[in-house]
Design a protein around this ligand. Structure first.
Ligand code: RAM
Length: 490
């Protein structure tokens, strides 16, 4: 499907490749005053999160070096990574993401540029081996940082001190993720993910305003649909553009609101019209997940069939139903279809009839009628619950200690947005200050992929060693603070 168009769409994406801005960044502290001996260690601080290439200038003191210098270099986004070890790591994603290198330098003096692009603020250098006849001098360290975000586009934001810090941290997050496309995490993953893109794009519209970068990403997704026309959950751009073999119910559908948001932000009619068939195709494909009798999404136990959040025990059936409704409503705003309107109503009714517990006023999910925060949030965002009922389900979740909680900034974004939708702007701001503010208070320069205040070491991957501390989907406080959505009469 769309086979005749895909090549052209990928050509358009290629033509929209962004200009990259580079800057040389120097350490703010930690450069050793003394030459280093074997087993010495130095921790250099570059003052803020950077994405780029690290160069070290090294020389020696003492006798002529009679053996190579053997170094281990570890690059960390967050201070706590400096002392973490890979020993005993049994997580389920590759430990090869951990940013560490070992090298031998045969001839000194030398200028060494490390081989990869890294995401980091801190660099830990351990001298693993040196001869006793000389010591190593670290003369200089610098980063050639890179981003497609244009800092000149940023309007100043004035507010309370914490809000300003949250905004700056959010901007830095987005900036570090804005590369050749909207990456999801410049340390770990580096793919273009649909769910992350939707939120990055929103934030970008009120900050860096790189509309072409969003357009490029929309064309990348459209140009890599599979033979059925399905949008992949994520894609690679190297060595060539290629969809990953991962498909998620919600991520495919999110192409629709992402296109609508792009159109709303830019008024770019031509792109909207060209990509609308791809958007509508996602709705058509989602039909296979519905039971025509009940009009409910069929639950699934296939891991990752629908994402929603990283809370591992979360049942996704209700959220999937709500996300379909949310996305179908977005499609209606681009091209109205009376038949679809009826289906939307039927599915809202089905959710209220079968997946609602009148007594507790909570929406439930799956055969076990699981109660989760995510279900209430999506009930509100999709308009399944409105007015008093919407407020009631969020309040009821707060009183239900067994409700499955929210663990990612991605899910917390949706919670804060749901609060805004029902007019609870102050509470939304309090959520932003509590949740993202807690990361700032924990030393964040950029916002993290995952943050569970109740368990700071939580990781969906089996170990925090591979966690990403600059993650696209967590950049949205800048959108909340700058778009006007938090204002009382917005
Ligand atoms: C994580 C990724 C990405 C997210 C997916 C579903 O693995 O880092 O950000 O969209 O999960």
């Amino acid at each position: 499907m769309f086979e005749d168009k895909k090549t052209e769409w990928l050509k358009k994406a290629e033509a929209l490749k962004p200009r990259l801005y580079t800057e040389t960044v120097k350490p703010v502290s930690g450069m050793p005053d003394e030459p280093l001996s074997e087993n010495d260690c130095a921790v250099i601080d570059f003052g803020n999160h950077c994405v780029g290439h690290l160069t070290l200038r090294l020389s020696s003191t003492g006798s002529h070096p009679d053996a190579p210098a053997w170094l281990s270099v570890k690059l960390c986004e967050n201070r706590k990574e400096l002392n973490e070890s890979l020993e005993g790591y049994h997580g389920w994603i590759s430990k090869s993401w951990v940013q560490t290198e070992q090298m031998h330098i045969d001839v000194l003096p030398a200028e060494v540029t490390l081989p990869r692009r890294y995401a980091f603020r801190y660099v830990r250098i351990d001298v693993l081996g040196l001869s006793s006849k000389y010591r190593l001098v670290l003369e200089d360290a610098s980063v050639e940082s890179v981003t497609s975000a244009d800092d000149r586009r940023i309007d100043p934001f004035r507010g309370e001190e914490l809000d300003e810090k949250i905004d700056q941290t959010a901007l830095r997050t987005l900036r570090s993720c804005m590369q050749d496309f909207f990456e999801d995490g410049p340390k770990r993953d580096r793919r273009l993910w649909m769910g992350d893109l939707r939120l990055q794009a929103l934030t970008n519209y009120v900050t860096y305003k790189n509309f072409d970068l969003v357009k490029r990403c929309l064309y990348l997704f459209a140009g890599t649909v599979n033979e059925e026309g399905r949008i992949a959950a994520c894609l690679f751009t190297e060595p060539r553009v290629e969809a990953d073999d991962t498909y998620m119910f919600d991520y495919s559908l999110f192409f629709i609101p992402a296109l609508l948001d792009y159109y709303t932000a830019t008024g770019d009619e031509a792109t909207k019209n060209e990509l609308l068939p791809v958007a509508l195709r996602q709705l058509a494909l989602a039909e296979e997940q519905f039971d025509p009798e009940t009009q409910l999404v069929k639950d699934s136990d296939r891991l990752g069939w629908c994402f929603v959040d990283w809370a591992l025990p979360l049942n996704k059936q209700f959220c999937a139903q709500a996300i379909w409704i949310y996305c179908a409503k977005a499609a209606q705003k681009m091209i109205y279809d009376p038949q679809l309107e009826q289906t939307i109503s039927a599915r809202i009714q089905a959710a209220k009839k079968c997946l609602y517990d009148e007594e507790s006023r909570l929406f439930v999910s799956g055969a076990s009628r699981q109660i989760s925060w995510a279900s209430q949030v999506w009930a509100v965002l999709a308009g399944i619950a409105e007015g008093e009922e919407a407020a009631a389900c969020l309040d009821a979740a707060a009183l239900c200690p067994d409700a499955i909680g929210m663990v990612t900034p991605y899910m917390m974004h949706h919670y804060a947005e749901a609060l805004c939708l029902i007019g609870r702007k102050k509470q939304a701001l309090a959520v932003i200050r509590d949740y993202w503010g807690a990361m700032v208070k924990n030393g964040a320069d950029t916002f993290w992929e995952l943050f569970n205040p109740a368990n700071p070491d939580e990781s969906p991957y089996g170990s925090a060693v591979v966690n990403s501390y600059c993650h696209a989907w967590s950049c949205t406080p800048a959108w909340f603070l700058r778009s006007g959505i938090l204002e009382e009469n917005a």
